[in-house]
Design a protein around this ligand. Structure first.
Ligand code: AMP
Length: 172
């Protein structure tokens, strides 16, 4: 089944910059069966784990995160790039290839102790997800798991997320 889903991921060389092989998930999203299968396969992994809130990362993370929150009957919290959220925020800095960037989450988005599932489309070097864990920790919520559709294993993002339960559906 995962091979069928992998067939729906389109590789785009040198996007958004030279040397990056971009994993384009839009053909998977476009296919009703594949999209449903992806959401259900991620969702069933957490069937016996109570999740209060899915926290997802701008922008493609929102697509999967929203579907997964609905499936798990959980709430949804967006993490966005600096300056996009309207209310007061927690902030976390993360590294880019050149320099750093900041992502934010609303101060009142999570309650202490809530069970959180972090969701994104792709886990690459893990820097983005590590910053997301920082935001959830600032809110004193509990990270129950980290779910991604695609893990680029060769970039070893998982190693930067030691101590967290990382689940990926498709590995490269
Ligand atoms: P990283 O912080 O290196 O783990 O990068 C993860 C973030 O960048 C995710 O939000 C992904 O959407 C995006 N990303 C990184 N590498 C890729 C890739 N090869 N294809 C698609 N998205 C990627």
């Amino acid at each position: 089944m995962n091979e069928a889903l992998k067939a729906k991921i389109r590789d785009i060389p040198d996007f958004p910059q030279k040397g990056i092989l971009f994993k384009d998930i839009t053909p998977l999203l476009n296919d009703a069966t594949a999209f449903r299968q992806a959401v259900e396969s991620l969702g069933t992994h957490y069937q016996s784990t109570p999740i209060d809130v899915v926290v997802s990362i701008e922008a493609r993370g929102f697509i999967l995160g929203a579907a997964l929150a609905y499936y798990l009957q959980a709430g949804l919290v967006p993490i966005r790039k600096a300056g996009k959220l309207p209310y007061r925020t927690h902030k976390a800095t993360y590294e880019l290839e050149y320099g750093t960037d900041v992502m934010e989450m609303h101060l009142d988005a999570l309650q202490p102790g809530q069970h959180v599932l972090l969701v994104d489309d792709v886990l690459a070097t893990g820097g983005t997800m590590l910053a997301a864990t920082d935001l959830v920790k600032q809110a004193q919520a509990n990270i129950i798991g980290i779910a991604v559709l695609i893990e680029l294993s060769f970039l070893k993002g998982r190693e930067r997320l030691k101590g967290y339960d990382v689940f990926s559906l498709l590995r490269y």
